[in-house]
Design a protein around this ligand. Structure first.
Ligand code: PLP
Length: 476
């Protein structure tokens, strides 16, 4: 412990200078693995931490000398480098059972959509030009037609994500005016998307209608005035209010809009569609509203995400009346929120697959629809492959998987998981090692065990998962 300021000063003086540090061959070993500037940054960061420890009296001169003598600086900078080289958007194995896992990139797309995205990324592509006339057009003209064919809506456009879609709706129809939202629907989604904040940034005054648990159409009707530009219904994706509740239906809101000449919208979030050639999801997802019902309700615009229940790349999709969509398209914000060519190519392919009756092949659809009976043999096979590893004990147990991404809160899809425990490592420590593996594995930790859900494993993931276990358990 550095007790006096002179102890502290002497410890500071004994910190090696960066010149000395870099002259050491152990620094050269690091710079052979990564750019010199990065190694310098990491060594400097480690030294800065040491300086902080000295300042706070947690590191004295003798302890510092010990660290220097043992080469701690290079070991620790090496550990930092290891982490640095594993950062970024790298492939991960999702064994959490949360299908639309926002932390893990939500929907993995169909291989044919992924291929379309790869080609669009690495080549020129027909994006904003009509190849037959040679004239400029809108990049999402084709997407718009696909969505129209799929949903029966008059028109559609796509933007970068659904938060952007909702921002665009508020700004287009109610900027400088008012929008009505039920008090029960002023939701926060994912921490950074709060309906009231989005409205504020869209230049819209929020008029709260009804109460947290009960809002009737009469409440909306009483609040409509000359400044009202929009009445919007927001699906409470990530929570349920139970008990003494009442909400106005989308159809009632649409009728009110027609009667009073106000635009109406429904932010669905997940966008549940039943697809030809795919098992129905509505019975599994407990009351998640259907896109088809939202459109049939007669509201002017319906918004939903491309990468939630649709199972495509990140996007915000807006479908509705030709007049409303045309207004959205004219808003300069639309240009700022537009889809990039890679996501657009993936979305087009996803929708083509769906329209061809191949929706059941979309990875997230297949995962959501998988039954416990189908998952059980996969859990058994995984358990057998893991049980041979040293120190590991595995059983399979009946559990539930979450749809995720704020879809169907409270719904658990019946599944079978591998329950893995280690003779020495705690479940938390084992899970942490799995996340740090070359191909990171994300699992649930529950009641002292690591739970591995086969529902969210993609082709090849079981092998990746076993390899990660083998690597993290060697030597423990
Ligand atoms: C998820 C969600 C959003 C945000 O969608 P992103 O595609 O994540 O931007 C907005 N509204 C609702 C109701 C949602 O569920």
């Amino acid at each position: 412990m550095a007790r006096s300021s002179s102890d502290r000063d002497s410890a500071f003086r004994r910190l090696p200078s960066m010149d000395e540090v870099l002259r050491d061959p152990r620094a050269a070993a690091l710079t052979s693995r990564a750019p010199r500037a990065l190694v310098l940054e990491l060594l400097a960061a480690e030294l800065a931490d040491w300086r902080e420890e000295i300042k706070e009296g947690r590191l004295d001169g003798a302890a510092l000398d010990g660290r220097v003598a043992q080469g701690d600086l290079y070991h620790r900078a090496g550990a930092r480098l290891e982490r640095e080289l594993g950062r970024g958007v790298v492939r991960a194995v999702n064994a959490s059972g949360v299908v639309l896992n926002t932390g893990l990139g939500r929907a993995p797309v169909h291989p044919e959509a992924a291929e379309a995205m790869r080609v669009a990324a690495e080549s020129y592509c027909v994006l904003e030009v009509d190849r037959w006339s040679g004239e400029r057009n809108q990049r999402d003209d084709y997407l718009s037609d696909l969505l129209r064919r799929l949903t029966g809506a008059e028109a559609a456009i796509g933007v970068n994500n659904n938060a952007g879609a909702v921002l665009l709706v508020f700004n287009t129809f109610a900027q400088g005016g008012r929008a009505l939202v039920s008090r029960g629907e002023l939701v926060e989604i994912g921490g950074s998307f709060r309906v009231p904040s989005v409205m504020e940034r869209a230049g819209v005054e929020l008029v709260e209608v009804g109460t947290t648990n009960r809002t009737r159409i009469a409440d909306y009707a009483a609040a409509v005035d000359a400044r009202t530009g929009l009445v919007i219904k927001v699906h409470t994706s990530n929570f349920r209010v139970v008990g003494f509740t009442e909400e106005a239906s989308a159809a009632e809101i649409a009728q009110l809009g027609h009667d009073r000449g106000v635009t109406t919208a429904f932010d669905l979030g997940s966008g549940l569609l039943e697809l030809a050639g795919a098992r129905p999801l509505a019975p599994l997802l407990g009351g998640e509203p259907l896109l088809s019902d939202a459109i049939a309700s007669g509201v002017d615009v319906v918004t939903f995400s491309g990468d939630k229940l649709l199972g495509g790349p990140q996007a915000g999709l807006l479908v509705g009346t030709a007049a409303a969509i045309a207004k959205l398209r004219k808003n300069p914000l639309y240009r700022a929120l537009r889809l990039d060519k890679v996501a657009l190519a993936g979305l087009e392919k996803t929708l083509e697959l769906v329209l061809a009756g191949r929706g059941g092949e979309l990875p997230t659809r297949a995962m959501l629809a998988a039954t416990a009976d189908e998952l059980r043999p996969r859990a058994e096979a995984l358990s057998k492959a893991l049980a041979v590893l040293p120190g590991l004990a595995c059983t399979i147990v009946a559990e539930g998987s979450q749809p995720g991404s704020g879809s169907a809160p409270g719904v658990l899809l019946p599944t079978w998981v591998v329950r893995a425990t280690h003779s020495k490592l705690s479940a938390g420590a084992l899970a942490a090692r799995l996340r740090a593996a070359t191909t990171p594995v994300f699992a649930r930790v529950q009641e002292g065990a690591v739970l591995l859900d086969p529902r969210t494993l993609l082709p090849g993931d079981a092998e990746r998962l076993v390899a990660a276990f083998r690597a993290v358990l060697s030597g423990s």
